[in-house]
Design a protein around this ligand. Structure first.
Ligand SMILES: *Cc1c(COP(=O)(O)O)cnc(C)c1O
Length: 432
């Protein structure tokens, strides 16, 4: 098969996510035949460095031999089983491992990030209801992103995805964020946040945040002190904290989980994306015995959490998650990442000399280069995307922000190629 034949058939039947399909009248669809390591290969032998980990999910490379083996093993014994009234070995293993790793007590399973956010929101509201309080509001942060289903979209704040649906969303109050990563900004944002807590706390079930990096929100970053301060406000005003670590969990920010850097333990934590190494859809909501016990009673009291998904705790996805945790246990991943992120940081200093670059920033294995405020209609980021594809690197900018979020197995030569291609692409996008 040739690229062109696949593209033609694809555009005839498939409707792709987060895409104005008409763009494909000028923007070529890339049909991928196979993946290996950091590379994606099309049907004509072109290869692309997956510098965005296929939407932030892949951490140990495509076609990872170890994860492949573990999924195959699972496939030979059990592909799926209902998770109500039944359990299986993988889930027992993953439940114990993830609780020990995060210091939580209980795991609830879902099959994608947005669903995990829905679960956390419902659980928090339901906890208060079971405790005799009705708290119908949620706090979330300016510029936040928590997914695309109605509840998750409601607590997000990226207008591009949200504005169209305003009339059908649940009630949410948005708290301003620090302007940058400095401690000073964190402190003044906390002062402002407290005003919201004072005013609304009686009606608010939970605050949901993306600790350290708002990924879909143009890779905006804040100081860990902001997260710590928000947790203190939550405790003071009796509001749950939901830490959405769907994108930042599993080593992305330099520590296994971003909350570690703030030294806090939230009431709920949502995980997905890197959880299965980028193989299969799975998500987790972690919580405490305190929350769990508010639902635990005789059936007739009607306090159970009756949420479910058909593919809850799918054994194949869980096998991938257990394999991913094995790799973290057996290899010095976080130490290696420290060296790699330092290397990336050193090598992007030259971007500051480009007249169309406004700021560079980094947290662990997330590095962002923000171009100047070009009007969005100019779609300069798209120019960088196109340049990247022509030159063998998949960069998928968010507006005027170009970022690197590669699989952790990327080597130094591949990092050079990724960085230099972005540099040339940004330079070119400035000279239109
Ligand atoms: C991607 C993402 C989600 C949504 O996960 P999906 O699996 O895409 O539904 C939620 N929260 C954050 C922080 C994310 O980055």
């Amino acid at each position: 098969m040739k690229n062109s034949e696949i593209i033609e058939k694809d555009l005839k039947y498939n409707w792709h996510p987060c895409t104005q399909m008409k763009d494909h009248e000028f923007l070529p669809m890339i049909p991928i035949k196979k993946g290996e390591g950091v590379y994606l290969y099309d049907f004509e032998g072109n290869k692309y460095i997956d510098a965005i980990s296929s939407w932030w999910v892949n951490i140990f490379g495509h076609k990872n031999p170890y994860i492949n083996e573990k999924i195959k093993e699972q496939l030979e014994t059990l592909e799926h089983v209902i998770f109500a009234g039944f359990t299986h070995e993988g889930a027992v293993k993953l439940g114990e491992r993830i609780c020990k790793l995060t210091n939580f007590d209980k795991v609830f399973y879902a099959d994608n990030g947005s669903s995990a956010v829905e679960v956390a929101i419902k659980m928090s509201f339901h906890y208060w209801k079971n405790s005799g309080k009705i708290k119908p509001l949620f706090f979330s942060l300016e510029n936040s992103y928590h997914g695309e289903t109605i509840g998750a979209l409601s607590v997000g704040d990226v207008g591009l995805y949200k504005d169209t649906y305003r009339e059908i969303l649940i009630k949410n109050i948005t708290i301003p964020i620090p302007k940058d990563q400095t401690l000073q900004e964190a402190k003044s944002a906390l002062k402002l946040a407290e005003k919201f807590f004072e005013k609304y706390h009686k009606e608010v079930s939970a605050l949901i945040i993306e600790p350290l990096v708002q990924c879909a929100g143009y890779m905006k970053m804040h100081h860990p002190f902001f997260v710590k301060g928000l947790k203190e406000l939550c405790d003071k005003y009796q509001i749950h904290m939901i830490a959405d670590e769907i994108a930042v969990g599993f080593g992305r920010t330099g520590t296994m989980f971003a909350c570690e850097q703030a030294g806090i333990k939230p009431d709920f934590m949502t995980l997905s994306k890197g959880l299965t190494g980028g193989y299969l859809p799975l998500s987790l909501v972690l919580t405490t015995n305190k929350i769990y016990s508010a639902f635990y009673c005789d059936y007739e009291e009607m306090k159970a959490f009756l949420h479910s998904h058909s593919y809850t705790a799918n054994p194949l996805a869980i096998a991938a998650a257990n394999a991913t945790l094995d790799i973290f246990e057996n290899k010095p991943i976080l130490e290696e990442n420290k060296k790699k992120s330092k290397y990336i940081w050193e090598n992007i200093q030259k971007f500051k000399e480009l007249p169309n670059v406004k700021e560079i920033r980094q947290t662990g294995m997330i590095t962002a280069i923000e171009m100047i405020d070009y009007p969005w209609q100019e779609r300069r980021g798209l120019k960088v995307y196109e340049y990247g594809l022509k030159n063998g690197v998949l960069l998928r900018p968010l507006g005027n922000v170009i970022y690197f979020m590669p699989p952790y197995i990327i080597n130094y030569e591949e990092m050079d190629k990724m960085i230099n291609t972005a540099y040339e692409g940004i330079k070119k996008a400035g000279n239109l």
